[in-house]
Design a protein around this ligand. Structure first.
Ligand SMILES: *Cc1c(COP(=O)(O)O)cnc(C)c1O
Length: 397
């Protein structure tokens, strides 16, 4: 399939067909190339590949044909010029920073990002003289106020985890561009099936392919999508430093992308049913889900997203004891912090993902002791509701 056809094809067609340039064998499924290096016809061809005069594979730390199919397919879905696949979601963020930033540059990161992302910026990038500020995701005035003359990059996730706060991507992109900076959006929670940040003005999209892109909890991987001028720099980092996606993982993610559209719709439909049921439950004091009209940014979510996603937060009366009781009464939900799987998961953020924060930091982040996070999978919603009801309807005490 030729890339120039993209404009005419729908999302699912792109997700199933893009990037597979069949070999002479005529294989129907995408081939896996488990090879570390590639062979040249003669010395002149080797020289031309190494100099870049002739495009082509050299060594699998730089490129691999299976990984290239994944990159072309994800680019098509995000509406990006190109994509560079990485060994993990964290490797994508690391490579982005190494490619774009130098000592003395300033970055603004929303407070509500994945915990390890905060550690990467504050502990590791800071060691090399990159200044980092944190702002509240939804506070546009705070983004504006944090801009400095040396600000190069703004970085955010929307919706946030676990409280599903949402920011207007277009508005933050305008703030970034007004300051001559770039906006990077970690689109792991939505995937391009639900939200396409580049069409809203963002410059770069980051993925943890480990989550919904795979969708079945089988492999670790990541990606950076954006203009070729940036992804070429990322490939330069991968080639030099090595956090490259393995071809077998790329093949798994290709299989994941083929069902992405169907799965994201199904995750969203299941999550909506659970959120509505929880909102009506007398022991639940608050539900965080963008698909509920009570969500503070429901209207923005409707404009910016094609569906509301699979992540639901809710608070139970009775603090940690009551939350743990609900978690421990489930039989279907997996008690784990992972998300983006066909298997539903349940987490107590205050004692796990946010357990290393001080009580004050947790309070500032809005993570209460009674908060439970669900990553709603694709089991039957009625069974998941019964699973939650077991703990929620259990006698008090
Ligand atoms: C999991 C996650 C990451 C990190 O991805 P890995 O593939 O685990 O390295 C980054 N951002 C978000 C939002 C995530 O959920």
């Amino acid at each position: 399939m030729h890339p120039e056809q993209n404009d005419e094809l729908g999302f699912s067609t792109l997700a199933i067909r893009t990037g597979h340039h069949r070999t002479p064998e005529g294989e129907h499924g995408e081939p896996i190339f488990p090879t570390s290096s590639f062979v040249f016809a003669n010395a002149a061809e080797a020289a031309a590949r190494f100099s870049g005069a002739k495009p082509g594979n050299i060594y699998a730390r730089f490129t691999n044909p299976t990984t290239r199919i994944f990159e072309e397919r994800l680019s098509a879905l995000e509406g990006a010029e190109d994509c560079a696949a990485t060994a993990s979601g964290m490797a994508a963020i690391l490579s982005l920073g190494l490619a774009l930033l130098k000592a003395g540059d300033h970055v603004i990161v929303s407070k509500q990002v994945f915990g390890t992302t905060t550690v990467l910026w504050n502990k590791y990038f800071a060691k090399f003289g990159i200044e980092v500020s944190h702002v509240d995701l939804t506070d546009l005035a705070a983004w504006r106020a944090a801009i400095r003359p040396n600000t190069r990059l703004l970085f955010l996730e929307t919706p946030s985890n676990p409280l599903t706060e949402i920011v207007d991507i277009r508005a933050v992109a305008e703030i970034a561009h007004g300051a001559g900076a770039l906006l990077a959006v970690d689109n792991c929670f939505c995937t391009p099936a639900l939200q396409r940040p580049l069409t809203l003005g963002a410059d770069v999209v980051i993925h943890s392919a480990t989550k919904f892109l795979d969708g079945q909890g089988r492999a670790i991987g990541g990606a950076v999508c954006g203009p070729k001028s940036i992804t070429d720099e990322i490939v330069g980092v991968l080639r030099t430093a090595g956090p490259t996606m393995a071809p077998f993982n790329a093949w798994i993610f290709l299989k994941g992308l083929e069902t992405l559209n169907l799965r994201m719709k199904a995750h969203s439909a299941n999550a909506q049913k659970l959120a509505e049921w929880l909102a009506a439950h007398p022991r639940v004091s608050r539900v965080y889900y963008p698909g509920l009209p009570s969500h503070p940014q429901h209207e923005l979510a409707k404009r910016q997203m094609k569906g509301f996603g699979g992540i639901v937060g809710f608070e139970v009366e009775g603090g940690r004891e009551a939350a743990w009781k609900v978690i421990d009464h489930t039989r279907l939900f997996s008690i784990t912090a992972n998300l983006g799987d066909v298997k539903s998961t349940i987490t107590h953020p205050a004692s796990t993902t946010h357990g290393r924060l001080t009580d004050e930091q947790r309070a500032a982040a809005g993570i209460k002791e009674g908060l439970i996070r669900l990553a709603v999978g694709l089991e039957d919603a009625e069974d998941l509701i019964r699973d939650l009801a077991r703990g929620l309807d259990a006698p008090h005490g």
